[in-house]
Design a protein around this ligand. Structure first.
Ligand code: BTN
Length: 281
């Protein structure tokens, strides 16, 4: 596939507002430190801060997020989720789901919310298209700042890591304003589903997961790692791993059919970095 050469047209406030629709208040910045930081400084429900360039873009687990000006879609939407506190951890997953739905065309989710797209130029055959950072702020009521960074028009050499990809590398010419509107519509829709029935959302999320049923390593925030089979995503969004244990002494009583999964303990993880080790065999 040839590398993209399309001219890069700048984002425009009017086009973004029109694409978002009347339910959102769009604020476009030519440059911002981080759209999450700008949105969190003066949060207002339904505000969406967009930046053509971020000078201090923030990623999950205290990482940075870097995109060349004009190539990506970086924005933060402030929403007021209607969910019980125990379901708040589902919001980042819901945001990833919204982006995967908006992008469509083979987009899948690496737990919790990296959006992956098939890419033969990436060793794993799938590249990270989008990263999401959700932060909670208190403004009369709790609000969520949903920060989304989608790689739209980057060439291979413009991506920060070899595991990333862009829509352009998938051969897609994308109008960033249109994609912006589509993501916001999907975000509203999935937050509605979450408010009505979190379990329905989790079932839908599982259907787009690229992580479930694979052998994975999870690098935990404390520096340790767990390795096992990605068994499930539970009702509050945790990744449940099946981790091998030593076989126990044979149980007393009549023999029962053995399952290889008997000798595995289940561990639920609420934060971490997943590495897909290999597909389930
Ligand atoms: C990740 O580490 O995968 C999450 C990256 C999130 C990046 C987006 S870009 C828009 C918003 N503003 C930020 O500073 N970060 C998020």
């Amino acid at each position: 596939m040839t590398e993209p050469t399309s001219p890069r047209s700048p984002l425009e406030q009017d086009a973004l507002q029109a694409a978002a629709g009347a339910g959102w208040v769009v604020q476009l910045h030519a440059e911002a430190t981080s759209t999450n930081a700008v949105a969190a400084a003066e949060p207002a429900r339904d505000l969406v801060v967009v930046a053509e360039n971020q000078t201090a873009g923030r990623g999950r687990l205290d990482r940075s997020w870097v995109t060349p000006p004009g190539t990506a879609l970086t924005f933060s939407a402030v929403v007021e989720p209607v969910v019980e506190p125990r379901f708040w951890p589902l919001i980042p997953l819901a945001a990833g789901y919204a982006v995967a739905r908006a992008v469509a065309a083979g987009a899948r989710l690496k737990w919790p919310n990296d959006v992956l797209l098939p890419d033969d130029g990436v060793e794993a055959g799938q590249g990270k298209l989008c990263g999401i950072l959700v932060e909670r702020v208190e403004w009369k009521r709790p609000l969520a700042v949903v920060g989304i960074g989608i790689n739209v028009d980057q060439r291979r050499e413009e991506l920060p890591v070899p595991t990333a990809t862009s829509l352009a590398l998938a051969g897609r010419t994308t109008d960033r304003a249109e994609l912006f509107g589509q993501v916001l519509r999907e975000l509203r829709s999935v937050l509605g589903m979450l408010a009505q029935r979190p379990s329905t959302f989790v079932a839908q999320y599982r259907g787009l997961s690229a992580t479930l049923e694979r052998d994975v390593r999870v690098d935990l925030p404390d520096g340790t790692a767990l390795q096992g089979r990605a068994w499930d995503v539970d009702e509050v969004g945790r990744l449940v791993l099946a981790i091998p244990t030593d076989p126990p002494d044979p149980p007393a009583g009549p023999p029962r059919p053995a399952s290889v999964w008997d000798h595995h303990r289940r561990v639920a993880v609420s934060a971490g970095d997943v590495v897909h080790v290999r597909p389930a065999g």
